[in-house]
Design a protein around this ligand. Structure first.
Ligand code: MG
Length: 249
């Protein structure tokens, strides 16, 4: 069942969303050559707790960290550790925060110093796909209209869209119904209604859409070793479309 959030519930989600947005803005300044993903993770936990939130990923199915840090060929669920960022890398930072039992979840892929034209194009395509998906969030549309919009945006690039991992409903749990794939025919699935909340999150690979999981049991990498980009926002459905509660300027 897809739950409809009351005004009071939406207010709590906005608080969690504000922490996530402020964190993403802050971490962008911490991403630099020589920094390890474990250092970024420590920054993240301190930041979120200092703003009155709790890290949503820490302890989730045993995940040990506050952020997922996915570098280059890592797609999602990258385990923070000793990996040092190098110039030209791209790093996906995915984070969730909980306030009063309500969740927000978002991700950005950042450039580490100047990056190749190929990587820049990949990041812009993935960000554009997120925006396209969000533009399909309207009362009366159906869930797969979001999926289809993401796919249509990526199609001209010839990139691989990850299939095993999908967007999702969100609220009192990190992952709620419905699942929101990043591909599919339009006009399928549940009708989108005011008060629903979604985390929309295209994962776009430069090459094949195929992925595999590393021996740590978490880190998802592209099957061909080519880079991948991930962007995500949590949105509330309003009369006029989507309110982006994890966006920052
Ligand atoms: Mg998510």
């Amino acid at each position: 069942m897809i739950t409809i959030k009351s005004g009071a519930e939406q207010a709590k989600m906005r608080k969690a969303g504000r922490i996530v947005a402020d964190f993403l803005k802050a971490i962008e300044a911490e991403v630099a050559v020589g920094v390890t993903t474990a250092e970024l993770d420590r920054f993240a936990e301190k930041f979120i707790r200092s703003k009155g939130g709790s890290p949503a990923f820490k302890g989730y199915h045993g995940f040990p960290a506050t952020i997922c840090a996915s570098v280059n060929e890592e797609v999602v669920h990258g385990m923070p550790g000793k990996r040092k960022l190098e110039g030209g890398d791209i790093i996906g930072v995915d984070v969730g925060a909980i306030v009063d039992g309500y969740y927000a979840d978002a991700a950005r892929t950042f450039a580490v110093g100047p990056i190749s034209e190929e990587n820049d194009r990949l990041l812009k395509a993935a960000r554009g796909a997120l925006n396209a998906g969000i533009a399909a969030v309207k009362p009366g549309n159906r869930i797969s209209d979001i999926s289809h919009a993401v796919q249509q945006h990526i199609a001209p690039y010839g990139y691989g869209i990850v299939r095993q991992y999908v967007g999702h409903g969100i609220g009192t749990h990190l992952h709620e119904e419905p699942q929101i794939p990043n591909y599919g025919k339009p006009n399928q699935g549940a009708e989108i209604k005011v008060g629903m909340a979604f985390a929309i999150e295209p994962m776009v690979n430069a090459g094949t859409h195929e992925v595999k999981v590393l021996a740590d049991g978490w880190t998802v990498v592209t099957a061909d070793g080519r880079p991948s980009s991930h962007f995500e926002n949590t949105v509330l459905v309003t009369q006029s479309g989507a309110e982006l509660i994890t966006e920052y300027a």
